[in-house]
Design a protein around this ligand. Sequence first.
Ligand SMILES: [Zn+2]
Length: 312
Amino acid sequence: MSNIAHWLKPCLQQVQVLKKTNRLSHALLITGADGVGQEELAREMVKDLMCEVDQAAACGNCHSCQLMRADTHPDFRVLDGEASSIKVDQVRLLVRQMSQKPQVGQNKVVLITHAQAMNINAANAVLKALEEPSARTYFVLTSSQSTRLLATIRSRCLLINVPTPTKAEVTQWLGEQPEGSTLSSLFWLTTQPFRLLSLQQQGKVSLYANLPDQLLSMLQGRSSVTDVLKGLDSNNIEDYCNGLAAVLHQCICHSTGAPLDQALQAIYKALMARLGIQSLMMRYQSLQALKSDLQKTNLNPIMQLTHELNQW
Ligand SMILES: [Zn+2]
């Protein structure tokens, strides 16, 4: 079996068995919390489906497997809704392409990741394709918010729910990734394994990793707001907002008894002493509002965040 995270393996095996016994539905919906690996699982499943050899898992050697590895398989199409919504024209074009005979192997696969990003017309076009499936064409959808999909789409799919790994499982898995063990220092921000990996790939680990110490230093009067925000620019302001919001959120949860990551223990004490729980909640709401206004407002976002942090 391919080297995927071990909490994904039972889901992959389930589909491999169905494929091997010719009982696999032509539509699959992979759900689970953000960052647990739906997309990685989907990509593995697609490889198995595209392989020309009649066996459960991809052989890795046939022409289809080689084309998949080179990312040039003509019978495989992807729509990704992570960055922007999926439009009806994109779906129609793809369905038209998929109505042709396979050019290489026997199967054709459409992968739609972050499928909740389909607008209503796009969703209806997908539904139509699911209702009138072309032979040997599979639709694989992933979503962390599957309740936002049309119920009629969900009901036509085989549902595969990815379990959320425990902190211990995530720690072990990170230890197996290149330079992954340092990522456990960001557990105060998230324990979602693929979100952590994505932050590493984007070169954002130090931005987040340094934040707790910088904040503590500011709260204890050893440095200024300007020091905390010295790396801030228009490209990473969302990250700063996310980091600050995560600190406040964890502290608010801790005030009601939830465990608190070691990295935030001293900040919690300092914030409670300075602000108290009511003001802490107000600062959290204010930060969320600032974040959602980032796209719409003409005000200087860096000035706004400086103003926000001045009230901590
Ligand atoms: Zn193969």
